[in-house]
Write a protein that binds this ligand. Structure first.
Ligand SMILES: Cc1cc2nc3c(=O)[nH]c(=O)nc-3n(C[C@H](O)[C@H](O)[C@H](O)COP(=O)(O)O)c2cc1C
Length: 252
């Protein structure tokens, strides 16, 4: 299975909710499992555990069934949710590149047995498998993304190529809770509080931010730059128009 070309699939990927329920073969599941073990974290010192499980351990709460799920567990530490967003978005793109569908699943709950199977805390599921309709797997144009405009998510000039990939990143209920400020060499990522209607998505905001940071770093690397995730003391000390500082990307 391919582990490259992620940049171009940022423009094609989409959440898949209708699956062919035939399980993937063991060889493919093994490759997926190996890839999951190689995901890059933001923080090396936060323990995580990713298990590929069957739908038997998922209380789906109205969500359609998938043949497989990744059950994501983590140690609970400062930054752990952003770390999970950053890590598992690599898996989202890996599935898309390799012709499989997936969808972040915040609504379903784990069974007691699943919760008890790890010493870490359950965080979220990602459903995956073959899409029921292979033609539905990818978007054919960026216009198919329902997203805010660049002007609504940043005040940085001269970094549109990079920020475009954050703009089209997935987020819980598509709330797109991000704002990027700074300049093209040091991009500060802030999160925006959701409005009243989307207030129940608040707990996913740090995950969404990790997803957008993952996209930004992939784009920077695509353009031959190094993008280091740093914590900028000045940006961190400032609340930016009520927004919360998450992290910065130093682009060289
Ligand atoms: C943290 C997180 C949780 C999500 N939870 C669900 C969910 O429970 N059910 C669902 O159908 N989609 C869920 N989604 C998928 C979003 O609705 C989807 O990413 C967003 O609408 C953008 O669409 P796209 O992924 O096709 O670009 C979730 C996404 C994220 C990032």
């Amino acid at each position: 299975m391919k582990k490259n070309k992620f940049y171009s699939y940022i423009f094609k990927r989409k959440s898949i909710r209708n699956y062919d329920l035939t399980p993937l073969d063991d060889a493919k599941l093994k490759e997926i499992s190996e890839y999951l073990n190689s995901l890059k974290p933001i923080y090396d010192d936060i323990k995580t555990e990713l298990k590929i499980i069957s739908p038997d351990y998922v209380k789906r709460r109205m969500m359609k069934e998938a043949p497989h799920y990744i059950a994501v567990f983590s140690e609970v530490k400062e930054g752990y949710l952003t770390n999970i967003g950053y890590m598992l978005q690599q898996a989202d793109l890996f599935f898309s590149v390799n012709g499989l569908g997936c969808c972040w699943q915040g609504i379903p709950a784990p069974t007691k047995e699943l919760v008890g199977s790890s010493s870490l805390d359950f965080v979220i599921f990602i459903a995956f498998g073959k899409p029921k309709d292979p033609r539905s797997l990818h978007r054919s144009s960026v216009s198919e993304f329902k997203r805010k405009s660049l002007g609504e998510i940043t005040d940085i000039a001269g970094a549109d190529e990079l920020l475009e990939v954050a703009r089209i990143a997935p987020s819980a209920t598509n709330s797109q809770p991000w704002f990027f400020t700074g300049d093209k060499n040091l991009i500060h990522a802030y999160s925006v509080e959701p409005g009243f209607i989307k207030r129940f998505t608040k707990k996913y905001i740090p995950i969404d931010m990790g997803i957008a940071i993952c996209h930004l770093q992939i784009a920077a690397e695509h353009f031959g730059k190094k993008a280091e995730i740093v914590f900028d003391k000045t940006a961190g000390a400032n609340v930016h128009n009520g927004r919360k500082y998450i992290a910065s990307l130093k682009i060289k």
